[in-house]
Every structure is written in C-alpha cells, then in structure tokens.
Design a protein around this ligand. Structure first.
Ligand SMILES: Nc1ncnc2c1ncn2[C@@H]1O[C@H](COP(=O)(O)OP(=O)(O)OP(=O)(O)O)[C@@H](O)[C@H]1O
Ligand SMILES: [Mg+2]
Length: 265
C-alpha cells in the first residue's frame, strides 16, 4: 500500500490491538489478540463464558494492565496510559453489572455523568449549585428521552428494573460525547420487551460513535454488528461479517453449538 493509502487506513482506525495478552498467574485469559476496530463500526465480540471478552475490555479501558502487547487508541499508544486519560481521548465503557448510584435519582445519575466532562476544579461548584445548571439539565432531559427514561427521571435508581438500569448506564456514557463505546453485554438478563427497547436504543446511537459490543444474544449481534470477532479460550477464533461468522464451522461447533446445547450463554 502506498503512503497515502496507509494514512487513510490509519485515520480510519479507532482501536488497534497488537498481540495483546493477559495472564492471571498460570491462566492465560487473553492470548495474542490482534484486532482492529474502524471508525463508525458496530463491532460485536462474542464467545462462550470465560472466553476472555470482559478481560479484553478491561485491558482496552485500562482497568487492567496488559501482560504483553500494545493498544493503540485513536492513533495514540495507550498501553500504559491510566483510565482517566483514555477517557479523555473519548473512550467510555459499560459493565456487565451496571455501575450506578442506587440511592440517587435517574436525573442525578445522568447529571453526575455530565460532571465527568468538566475540569476537576468545577466539580465542587457544580455540586454546590445542586443540579441547577440549566444547560446540563436540558441535556439530562434529552438523554433520558433517548434512552426512554424520561418518565423515570425523579425515581431512585434502586427502584428501576434491570432493563432500565442498563438503559440508564448507556445514557450516562452517551451523554459524555464518547468517540468509542465499549458495551459489555447490554442485553444480558433483559426481558423480551426490554431487549427490543435496547436493540432500538443501540441502533439509534449516532453513526460517528464507534461501538464495540460484547453480547451473548446472537440475534442482537447479527442485527447490530457489521463485523464480529469470536473469542474462545482467550484466543480469536474467527472474525468476519455476520454472514461469515454464522457460516463458520469452527464458530458453529464451539460457540453456537454450545449455546444450542445449553452449555454456552
Ligand atoms: N481478575 C481476575 N483474576 C483472575 N482470573 C480472572 C480475572 N478476571 C477474569 N479472570 C478469568 O479469566 C477468564 C476470562 O474471563 P472473562 O471475564 O474475561 O470472560 P468472559 O468472556 O467475559 O466471560 P462471560 O461471558 O462469562 O462474561 C476466566 O477464566 C476468568 O475466570
Ligand atoms: Mg464477561
């Protein structure tokens, strides 16, 4: 590829993993993973329980250090960069179990997420103004509408259903203008109706926000993702578009087969 071609490829790359591995003592949870996520992509990450998916997200987000390999985010080597600096670059993540303030309302949780965008010195004054910044309150309102929680704004988060908590968590990361979102099982444990709400919500996310989604719900992955990586036992088993992944015999045997037999997710 000529120089111009290389440049185009680089600016299109949001996330590049180069031979990334993670060991926990003798256990190799992530093994020599090579991966590229491009701008605007809906990239699905699937695999059986314990395949290393969440560990990979922990490495990308900086919640865990890599054992070996490098991680390049928006063209910057972030391999040893702390979480808050990766966040500043535009990376946000959600967790398998939503990380929320249960004793506060939906409005307060969304508001606090917005404060994360401010320089640290302003936090105290924002707290003192007791959630009265009109611009932020308007943004909270519109975010709540996006994630279908406008009728729950004054309810305590502890009173929300599991699905609503998942919606709120996505609202909290969305309101902070992310460039790359890592979503860890957004549909896990949701009812059929809640899954549909989540599917619509994820589909409605602006196309310039790149999504990297761990998901066991195959139907959701097939319908959302334009690219899918399959992990098994720490390694990348396959990568391709949804049709290629569905037709891949290794994937069928290892992932779909186990899921169908009830031993997978
Ligand atoms: N902090 C840790 N310390 C030790 N072992 C860990 C740690 N985190 C994960 N593991 C192990 O690493 C392996 C991969 O775990 P991981 O949570 O990444 O899998 P996963 O693909 O996300 O699975 P699931 O679909 O069940 O969420 C598992 O064997 C797990 O027990
Ligand atoms: Mg996991």
């Amino acid at each position: 590829m000529d120089e111009a071609g290389t440049e185009r490829m680089d600016t299109n790359t949001v996330l590049q993993l180069n031979s990334v591995s993670k060991n926990f003592g003798g256990l190799q949870a992530v093994c020599d993973v090579q991966m590229r996520v491009t701008h605007g992509q809906r990239h699905g990450l699937i695999g059986t329980n314990g395949a290393g998916k969440t560990t990979l997200f922990n490495l990308i987000a900086g919640d865990l250090p890599v054992s070996t390999g490098t991680i390049v985010l928006f063209g910057t080597d972030v391999t040893t960069m702390p979480v808050h600096k990766r966040t500043r670059l535009g990376l946000r993540r959600t967790y398998q179990t939503p990380a929320l303030f249960n004793g506060l309302t939906v409005r307060e949780n969304l508001y606090l997420a917005l404060l994360g965008n401010d320089p640290p010195m302003r936090h105290l004054s924002c707290w003192k103004s007791a959630f009265k910044d009109t611009e932020k309150l308007n943004l909270v309102q519109s975010t709540a509408e996006t994630v279908e929680l406008s009728r729950r704004l004054d309810d305590k988060v502890g009173d929300l259903s599991h699905g609503e908590r998942k919606q709120l968590e996505i609202g909290m990361v969305l309101s902070t203008n992310p460039r790359l979102l890592l979503l860890d099982e957004p549909a896990a444990g949701l009812s059929v109706h809640e899954r549909e709400v989540m599917k619509d919500l994820l589909r409605s996310i602006a196309s310039d926000i790149t999504l990297f989604i761990i998901e066991h719900d195959m139907d959701m992955v097939i319908h959302l993702a334009d690219r899918i990586t399959v992990m098994y036992d720490g390694v990348v088993l396959a990568e391709g578009d949804p049709k290629q992944i569905q037709a891949d015999p290794d994937v069928q045997r290892v992932y779909l087969g186990e899921a169908i037999n009830g031993t997978g997710a």
